[in-house]
Design a protein. Structure first.
Lengths: 634, 152
């Protein structure tokens, strides 16, 4: 820092300037916002962005276009919002370059809002239904996702103009003890999975005397099927930084680290930009906002190891070592990074902080249930119509999440199970759907809140295969430190692998259960202690499927490749059509030499299912058989 | 080259992973001489560097292909047929996961989850996530690469 009086702006000045710019933007004749988080990009958001820019240039229009994060309606990506008063801001779905050019010509230049591409409006109007009137909006309550998709994550002023950093300014006016008391009173529980009280954790860290303390934001979201932390860091990174600053002030830390997974390059990039911008405004660095509080944050990119989501392994990784967990206690809040007291909180936990400080502990405690206050953020994916990022108050039932927020199962298939908590959780069946979502009831049912991945499974998903899949994952990601985890998961995986091939014996099921208990008891960290969960809940709710595999060599869901065969029903096959012949990726389908109907060469078939999707629905001649016994062709 | 990257960092053990990441960004992989050099720089044993490199999935010990193919095997991708997509890539490229084609054009690997579960099954092709990659789209992507090659 330079000597002499720095030109540190007061928070009011920063806020005034940001608000003025935001107002200017709102006052513009038209504004285009393109949702370009990773999922939007996968759907082609960058091409859309380019199309908008080039068409505006071609038409000689001066209209601000900026990138926003994820609005949560992932099924409709790429999403574009166009705000052109007096029309309400309109959300367009599945936009591509052609639609983008048309929107510029017809809506920005002309005045036709092109309603055929609309998802909804952001305000009530007679023109289009508002998103708030969607069935899912009745169940959702957005707190930490509120800004996501509506502000430019790479522009700090957007964040400040929407109430950002006000909580930090407020916290700096009161004592750290008061901040902790507020967080404690709110009842906020850590959103990383285990649900430990955040306020308690802060208190322990504060009470441990040390010169140096650290705050770490755990963004190593390793659960396959979870992407909440990614979306928040990509869409609203400042909310996490603000939470860390308040945490740092409360526990008396000077240095923070944001640990982001290697697989999230965009999240890391945007976090880096946010840190730079915050530093520039003196919201980060020395004597923040003119106070005595100094705090710096560094970004640390992980290198792809699931176990690093465990706090002691994460700390080892930050220290430049292989990420193996260590024995706790002492907990990191007492002795963590480089042996110093370290506060580790999940991305979502930190994102809640500013709202708690801003609106008060009572406000927060009133949301959700008594023991799990607040909202829960889920990444809803799999066999569900409205996939995406959702935020519902704790206590909402699983049924409401799957059928009301997620609009049920696509293609008229029936619901089978919902997988919660990733490799540490389990699959809950129809009978458990009326469970309210909170930390404790999910654990009782055999699943786990986990970090918030929620995958819906339908009748075509095999429960044995999904258990095998998770075991394969944990087995590969086991760091190898504890024998039970290292060898036990391998043994379980082998047994499950046999089942999916129709081999194994019924008594293996008991061995599996026994082994599961041993792995739970004999492992140090959460990875090993929860690795058997998927199989244990599975055996509890779906034992019949295991029996079908073992005793009959049949996969009821028609998924396990070794237990199915594709077959073309000669009577249904249309002789003049050869859709399947052309699409077969291994040229395994040919016509019967005389009768012309198609036959699959079972020796060549790789069971990729392309023929099944290519067979025109009016013929519907291809089926899967299990056990794989194909009738002889005549 | 390695030296230039290393010199940007302090001689602190905590910098090991960022150093490895940056060197790999430059070279595409981590040759053994480089690992030895990093060990000397940080005043630690070569085995410690090697241990860290082999612990994390991100680091590779052999040179990558020109184009990287990463098949996502997250839960949603797996349930929607990610394993079938992986089979298709293996069949077309004639290599297994973790390998590079003999002409060094493609390398094939899997990734735990890229967080685009909604687009399942996903394959990340040269840092760009592609959604709904089924066996026919695998052929399509390869076809596009073939055309690109002809253009040059």
């Amino acid at each position: 820092m330079k000597t002499g009086q720095p030109k540190a702006a007061t928070f009011d000045e920063i806020k005034r300037q940001a608000e003025a710019r935001w107002q200017e933007l709102q006052g513009a004749k038209a504004v285009i916002m393109v949702g370009a988080a990773t999922c939007g990009r996968a759907a082609g958001a960058l091409e859309v962005l380019r199309a908008f820019k080039s068409e505006l240039k071609k038409q000689n229009l001066d209209c601000p276009v900026f990138v926003v994060g994820c609005m949560g309606h992932c099924y409709a990506e790429p999403i574009v919002v166009i705000s052109k008063p007096p029309h309400p801001p309109i959300v367009y779905q599945q936009v591509n370059a052609v639609i983008a050019r048309r929107l510029v010509k017809e809506f920005i230049l002309g005045d036709d809002p092109c309603l055929e591409f609309v998802l909804g409006a952001l305000e009530a109007s007679e023109l289009v239904p508002s998103l708030a009137d969607f069935p899912r909006a009745q169940f959702e309550q957005k707190i930490i996702l509120k800004n996501c998709g509506f502000i430019d994550p790479e522009d700090i002023e957007h964040y400040v103009a929407n109430g950002g950093y006000a909580a930090l300014a407020k916290a700096l006016q009161i004592t750290p003890e008061k901040v902790i008391a507020e967080v404690k009173e709110s009842g906020l529980r850590g959103r990383g999975g285990a649900g430990f009280s955040a306020g308690e954790k802060w208190q322990i860290c504060r009470d441990t005397a040390a010169k140096t303390k650290y705050v770490i934001c755990n963004g190593d979201e390793g659960d396959p099927g979870a992407f909440m932390d990614r979306a928040i860091l990509e869409s609203d990174p400042h909310s996490v930084i603000e939470g860390m600053l308040i945490a740092g002030y409360a526990v008396g830390a000077q240095q923070g680290y944001i640990y982001v997974r290697a697989e999230y390059p965009l999240a890391a990039h945007r976090t880096q930009i946010a840190l730079r911008q915050a530093k520039k405004l003196n919201l980060l660095g020395k004597n923040i906002l003119g106070s005595d509080f100094s705090f710096d944050i560094k970004l640390f990119e992980g290198s792809g190891a699931f176990v690093c989501g465990e706090e002691s392994a994460l700390i080892a990784s930050l220290e430049g070592k292989a990420g193996t967990p260590s024995h706790r206690p002492p907990y990191p809040a007492v002795s963590g990074l480089y042996g110093q007291p370290t506060l580790i909180n999940n991305v979502k936990t930190l994102a809640f902080i500013r709202h708690i400080i801003d609106k008060g502990a009572k406000w927060f405690a009133a949301i959700g249930t008594k023991d799990s206050p607040g909202t829960a953020v889920f990444a809803l994916a799999g066999k569900v119509v409205s996939t995406g990022l959702i935020e519902v108050p704790m206590g909402t039932t699983l049924r409401q999440v799957v059928f009301d927020v997620g609009s049920g199962i696509p293609k008229g298939k029936s619901f089978k199970a919902v997988q919660i908590g990733g490799p540490s959780g389990g699959c809950l069946p129809e009978s458990a759907l009326d469970l309210p979502i909170d930390f404790d009831s999910l654990t009782q049912a055999g699943a786990m809140m986990g970090s918030g991945g929620m995958i819906v499974l339908d009748e075509e998903d095999c429960m044995v295969e999904i258990a095998r899949y998770f075991l394969e994952f944990t087995q590969r990601e086991s760091c190898g430190k504890c024998t039970f985890c290292r060898l036990g998961t391998r043994q379980m995986l082998e047994t499950l692998g046999e089942f999916t091939k129709g081999k194994g014996e019924i008594k293996d099921l008991d061995t599996l259960t026994e082994l599961a208990e041993d792995i739970k008891a004999g492992s140090l960290c959460g990875l090993g202690r929860t690795a058997p969960n998927p199989i244990l809940t599975n055996l509890r709710y779906f034992r019949d499927e295991y029996e079908a595999h073992i005793l009959e060599g049949r996969c009821p869901a028609l998924m396990c490749q070794e237990l199915i065969a594709y077959y073309i029903i000669p009577e249904k096959c249309e002789l003049t059509c050869d859709a399947c012949v052309g699409t077969c990726t291994v040229e395994a389908i040919s016509s019967h030499p005389k009768k012309r109907y198609k036959i699959i060469d079972q020796e060549k078939c790789v069971k990729c299912g392309t023929c099944l999707t290519s067979c025109p629905p009016q013929y519907n001649a291809i089926i899967k058989l299990s056990p794989p016994e194909v009738p002889k062709s005549k | 080259m390695t030296r230039r990257v290393i010199d940007r960092f302090g001689r602190k053990r905590g910098n090991l992973i960022p150093i490895l990441q940056n060197v790999q960004k430059e070279l595409g992989y981590l040759p053994s001489q480089t690992m030895a050099e990093i060990a000397r720089f940080l005043d630690t044993h070569e085995i410690d560097v090697y241990g860290v490199v082999t612990f994390y999935n991100q680091f590779r010990l052999n040179p990558p292909g020109k184009h990287s193919i990463r098949v996502c095997l997250g839960t949603a991708c797996h349930m929607k047929g990610g394993y079938i997509t992986l089979d298709a890539w293996k069949r077309r490229l004639k290599i297994d996961r973790g390998q590079t084609t003999p002409d060094r054009e493609f390398d094939l690997d899997t990734v735990a989850c890229v967080g685009c579960c909604v687009m399942a099954p996903v394959t990340v092709v040269d840092d760009k996530p592609e959604g709904q990659v089924e066996p026919t789209k695998v052929d399509g992507i390869l076809l596009a690469f073939g055309r690109e090659k002809e253009k040059r």
